[in-house]
Design a binder for this molecule. Structure first.
Ligand code: ADP
Ligand code: MG
Length: 683
């Protein structure tokens, strides 16, 4: 198939060509080079993530306006949104109090004429020229026709498919559309197409034009798919590049006596899925190519024992293992679990985080006395030398920047097991992790009963606490998760303290209530966790710091206060703190009093009540939020999927992988994009 040369419907002459000798500049030109963009507007645009001309062009529309009936001017009547088309007559501008301006133009068609008004777009005085053909969309207002969107020229369809952008109050959608037009006028001719001409998709330049000014929905969709392909190729190239094909690892011999003892020390038999993951890991470890495997599994599915297995395989041959977690709390949790298991098999394990672990610990790592090191990214800082690191486990991989992941591996080539407790839809996992091999623990240990989840209105929250107390009376333990208030840890901590105090004197009177939040010092935090683990506390009142890692099988009930404030994935993670033993466990989601829940909040709560399956929920989350945000805003640099719809674009994903393989060693315009992606800042 050949490329659509004159991509249907995109009339190149609709966009001014660059004038004179002006060489088209790159898309990384600052956005304030566009007309009407001063420092204030530039700042407002930055809040929308737009800093350059390229950002304007890649600001993906959320949807498109439906078609409006076109009527002749004499037929204008009523309040419906309609379109009119005609010729511009005289144009004027005036101020209407303060800094507000209004531009009016007489529009004339064969049936009559009307005064059309634009608010707060003073630059239109320059743009609207008498004699110009124009098509307007809007409705009758008090003084004439109030314009919502407009198109210059005879091309009649565009206003009907005007993009609706993620916008802000200060930078509305129409303004973004104006900017897109200006950006296209000035820069689109400089856009190269790095992809082969054989694709059955529009060329990049046409796609950029058509995504903002499509003739119809079909054209917009083709443009979207082309831009989606671009971002997927970029992503795949970045993934391919961050891997070192020439890296050599130490092949490990088959497992031996230490592993036998480890298996014997486990208080349970491994599930079929755990065994399969272990088999796959064994196969990887036996090769001289470093393992690059993703271990995916829902909360509580039993990944940690598998991860420790991989680490012990290193220890068994006299080498070291390292486990890296994204937060101190999580590292400490892993350490607690791993240390006690290690103790049983006589393996020395250390903790190294920003606040825990001293020079002595570093030395222990350097001389190989520490056989397993658990830590945060403190582990990958240059001062930390491993005597002989053979296996690294990276937990919650997507929270690490690419650079950090590289640093761990730099100069050393351990086998790496990436582990994620946040289930990611398989398609997305493939996108993000490229061709990492995937092991999946899809089923939790058998004797576990599914958690019963209920959504409780605030007016019935006392019943929720009565239920919780019944669990306590039966010797079980419980969590109460505090509302997610502001972003600030300090305020969160203060609110949690107050709430714990309140509960001690009210609903939870007579029970031993502990408090866990992010402002506790590490040893305080460890002490609280120890007390809870050993049953010295009945209830743990906590902020979301318990989201991952906390593992107390005797805790069988959780109340999440103001649950409607939380994200779906987060609630699922929180819920995973219960249901870890063989008892029936409960999660009670209490929604806020006296607020009308948004549709999104209701959908999230309903999804949680309906399903315990993290993968299904991840798909639902994807549906509710869109893939761009799935991994958390800009947290990872991987969140840049603006055009891709993974469920619909599976074919593009395959295509992108093939293309990335072809393009990988070619230096070209893609490299900049890959650089940018790889340099994406950490949250
Ligand atoms: P994940 O890290 O996947 O969230 P964990 O590895 O922390 O899950 O395991 C959750 C709980 O299940 C732990 O208490 C662990 O001891 C227990 N567990 C793990 N594997 C099994 C198994 N095969 N049978 C019974 N319990 C298990
Ligand atoms: Mg775990």
């Amino acid at each position: 198939m050949t490329r659509h040369a004159g991509f249907a419907g995109v009339d190149q002459d609709r966009f001014e060509r660059p004038r004179g000798f002006c060489v088209p500049k790159g898309l990384d030109t600052a956005v304030d080079t566009l007309p009407g963009v001063g420092p204030t507007v530039a700042k407002r645009l930055r809040a929308l993530g737009i800093a350059t001309v390229g950002d304007v062009l890649l600001h993906a529309p959320r949807r498109y306006e439906r078609a409006a009936d076109e009527v002749s001017i004499s037929q204008l009547w009523g309040q419906d949104e309609v379109a009119i088309a005609g010729v511009v007559r005289d144009v004027r501008s005036r101020r209407i109090g303060g800094r507000r301006t209004i531009v009016t133009a007489r529009i004339e068609d064969s049936s009559g004429s009307i005064s059309a008004s634009w608010f707060n777009q003073p630059w239109l005085v320059e743009r609207l020229k008498p004699g110009m053909h124009i098509r307007l969309r809007g409705k009758l207002g008090r003084h004439g026709f109030d314009v919502k969107t407009y198109d210059v020229g005879e091309a009649r369809a565009t206003a009907d498919f005007a993009p609706v952008y993620p916008a802000s109050e200060q930078v509305p959608s129409w303004r973004l559309r104006e900017l897109a037009r200006a950006a296209l006028d000035r820069y689109v001719h400089g856009v190269h197409d790095p992809l082969p001409a054989t694709l059955p998709l529009p060329i990049r330049r046409d796609a950029l034009a058509a995504i903002h000014f499509p003739a119809d929905e079909a054209e917009a969709e083709l443009a979207r798919r082309r831009l989606a392909l671009d971002e997927l190729v970029t992503l795949q190239l970045a993934v391919a590049r961050s891997r070192d094909d020439d890296a050599v690892a130490v092949p490990l011999p088959p497992s031996g006596e230490l592993i036998t003892r480890y298996r014997a020390a486990l208080p349970f038999t491994l599930t079929e899925h755990q065994e399969r993951a272990i088999e796959q890991i064994d196969a990887d470890l036996s090769r001289a190519v470093p393992m690059q495997r993703l271990l995916q599994g829902d909360v509580g599915s039993g990944k940690t024992v598998v991860a420790l297995y991989a680490l012990l395989r290193a220890v068994e041959t006299g080498r070291q293992g390292a486990l890296m977690a994204p937060t101190e709390t999580l590292a400490e949790q892993h350490f607690l679990t791993i240390e006690s298991l290690c103790a049983e098999v006589g393996v020395r394990c250390v903790l190294l985080t920003g606040s825990a672990g001293s020079k002595r610990v570093r030395e222990a790592i350097a001389v190989g006395e520490a056989q397993i090191a658990v830590g945060t990214h403190a582990l990958i800082q240059r001062e930390v030398e491993f005597a002989d690191l053979a296996v690294a486990v990276v937990d919650e991989q997507h929270r690490f920047g690419v650079e950090q992941r590289k640093a761990l591996v730099e100069g050393r080539t351990p086998h790496v097991l990436h582990m994620t407790a946040t289930p990611i839809p398989r398609t997305l996992a493939l996108t993000i992790y490229g061709d990492l091999a995937v092991s999946e623990i899809a089923k939790p240990p058998a004797e576990r009963k599914p958690i019963v989840t209920a959504w409780v209105g605030a007016e019935r929250s006392s019943e929720a606490y009565e239920r919780l107390c019944r669990h306590l009376d039966a010797g079980r333990q419980a969590y109460v998760v505090c509302p997610l208030i502001e972003q600030s840890e300090t305020r969160l901590a203060r609110a949690a303290e107050a709430e714990a105090e309140r509960l001690r004197n009210a609903e939870l009177r007579g029970h031993r209530v502990g408090l866990l939040h992010g402002r506790l010092k590490p040893d305080e935090r460890r002490e609280v966790m120890r007390q809870f683990k050993e049953g010295e506390l009945d209830v743990l009142v906590a902020t979301t710091v318990i989201e991952v890692g906390v593992d107390v099988p005797n805790a069988t009930i959780m109340i999440v206060q103001e649950a409607d404030r939380f994200g779906l994935a987060q609630l699922h993670q929180l819920r995973g703190r219960v249901g870890r033993g063989s008892e029936q466990s409960y999660c009670l989601l209490v929604s806020r009093p006296k607020v009308e829940l948004t549709d999104g909040a209701q959908a999230r709560l309903r999804a949680l009540v309906d399903s315990n399956d993290g993968f299904a929920l991840a798909e639902a989350d994807l549906e509710l939020r869109g893939e761009g945000q799935l991994l958390g805003t800009r947290q990872s640099g991987w969140s840049d999927l603006r055009f891709t719809r993974l469920r619909e674009d599976r074919d593009l994903l395959e295509q992108a992988r093939d293309l990335a393989r072809e393009l990988r060693d070619v230096d070209g315009p893609w490299q900049d994009e890959v650089d940018r992606l790889q340099g994406a800042p950490e949250a």
